[in-house]
Design a binder for this molecule. Sequence first.
Ligand code: 8YV
Length: 328
Amino acid sequence: MTRDRLSVVVTRRLPAAVETRLSELFDTVLRDDDTPMTRDELAAAMRSADVLVPTITDQIDGALIGQAGPKLKMIANYGAGVDHIDVATARQRGIMISNTPGVLSDDTADMAMALILAVTRRLPEGLAVMQQGDWHGWAPTSLLGGRIGGRRLGILGMGRVGQAVARRAAAFGMQIHYHNRRRLHPEIEETYDATYWESLDQMVSRMDVISINCPSTPSTFHLMNARRLKLMKPDAVIVNTSRGEVIDENALTRMIRAGDIAGAGLDVYEHGTEVNPRLRELPNVVLLPHMGSATAEGRAEMGEKVIINIKTFEDGHRPPDQVVPSMA
Ligand code: 8YV
């Protein structure tokens, strides 16, 4: 007897190979154009599907989950962060949530390093000079940045991505410091020669570079608020490849404009695509459009994880990347 195939709705265009494999394995509905679904489209998808495959551009809140059809059994997120999904409500309704951790860590950490280098070595200013045809040759004192070797890097959130940043930064000669909900095992600390700071305030006030690598949760919202940003040394810089909500973006903008913080490298923003326009005007701020995990390899591996999670669930087992509310 053949079993009915699971019906899977994918909310965004995914890499072709991922879409093909999803269609081979499941009764898959793919998106025609690469725009986020409207709330009504999402609600309809959640009424008709057994499994929804959303991305960060879908806000799956409690109200939407409340309208889900009785068929919806699983939300297999294409992405590691699940702050756009009300995981607790989904769990109450018996809907399984999975994500794609691990396969994006190195790519995201590469981008954190790229931002640290771009800000401290003034890459955008150099690029602007070249693009404007304004270069009149080498000069001993032009566009002097700072040397990152020897600087103190404070990593806020020492999970997979934070540790991948630590590995890279240590190879660049930076001194590794971190703040985390839980202190790491001494052996892991030794690997990066990392110093743990129980007090985030104390760490922030002593670092040359701060890298945000914690997830967005109610307890990390505005962790870098105006009061804490003020603790930063005026020659320090901050980079964020995690979620914009961790930093009070307006306070950060004010402080960089006032010269109280030396610069910032941001890949994510507090209000999604609504980036504070003042940030865009600042020469010591490097802004990217959420590209941290944007490699062809990473996106393909994210797809593989989604497929493994759905398939394992279909076969009656616990998906390898199940998300439970306390992790979210
Ligand atoms: C993803 C990310 O690509 O995985 C995450 O948490 O932030 C991204 O870089 C995105 O979430 C896709 O849904």
